[in-house]
Design a protein around this ligand. Sequence first.
Ligand code: SF4
Length: 74
Amino acid sequence: MSKAVHAPVSVDHNVCQGTGYCEHLLPQVFRVGAEGHAEVLREVDTEEELELAREAEDICPTRAIRVELAQRGS
Ligand code: SF4
């Protein structure tokens, strides 16, 4: 079972080239819009999604993706 996390994701539209790799990996979070840039649909909220989002961050050819892991207050 995947643990809950809280990880906002962002895409820099100034450098994204709309290759769609991120959408292919994690379509529930990334979508390439009509303007040819990836949009973030929602934050990442499971460890499994976090792993995929970090993979997208690594494979994005223009390094447009940032994944931040915000710790929930204890
Ligand atoms: S992988 Fe990177 S360049 Fe390609 S659509 Fe996603 S954010 Fe844009």
